[in-house]
Design a protein around this ligand. Structure first.
Ligand SMILES: [Zn+2]
Length: 118
C-alpha cells in the first residue's frame, strides 16, 4: 500500500446505508463508520446495525447452502426410502438411518420436497 493509500485508509469512514465513503481526519482508530453520514444522515449506530444484519444474513445463507448441498448429495445418489421399521434411509446406503432422517429434517427446514422412492 502506498503512503497515500495508507493515509486514506487510516482516515476513511464509510456508510453502509448509502455506500458513501470519505476522508474524516477526526476518525478514531478502530472506527469504521461515520458518526453521521454526510450523504444520508445515518448514524454510526445505524451502520453497526446494518453490519450485524448483513453478517447474520451471510451466515444464514452459508447454512442454507450447506443444507442444500447435503440434500443434493442424497438426491444425486437416489434419494431416500422407508425401511421396514418406517425410518427414512438413503437408497445408496440403507443402513445409514441417521443420514436419511437428517435429510428429511433438512428438506423440511428448507421447505424442499424430499426425493422418496416408493
Ligand atoms: Zn449514508
Amino acid at each position: 500500500m502506498s503512503q497515500r493509500a495508507e493515509l486514506e485508509d487510516k482516515h476513511t469512514v464509510i456508510c453502509l446505508g448509502c455506500n458513501a465513503e470519505w476522508i474524516d481526519p477526526s476518525k478514531k482508530p478502530g472506527q469504521k463508520y461515520a458518526k453521521r453520514c454526510k450523504n444520508c444522515g445515518r448514524t454510526s449506530e445505524q451502520n453497526q446495525r446494518i453490519a450485524r444484519r448483513r453478517k447474520l444474513d451471510s451466515e444464514q445463507r452459508g447454512m442454507i447452502n450447506a443444507l442444500a448441498e447435503f440434500c443434493d448429495t442424497i438426491e444425486d445418489t437416489g434419494g431416500v426410502k422407508k425401511d421396514d421399521k418406517g425410518y427414512h434411509v438413503p437408497v445408496a446406503d440403507e443402513d445409514w438411518i441417521d443420514l436419511g432422517e437428517a435429510y428429511m429434517r433438512a428438506c423440511d427446514a428448507l421447505g424442499r420436497k424430499p426425493v422418496e422412492e416408493s
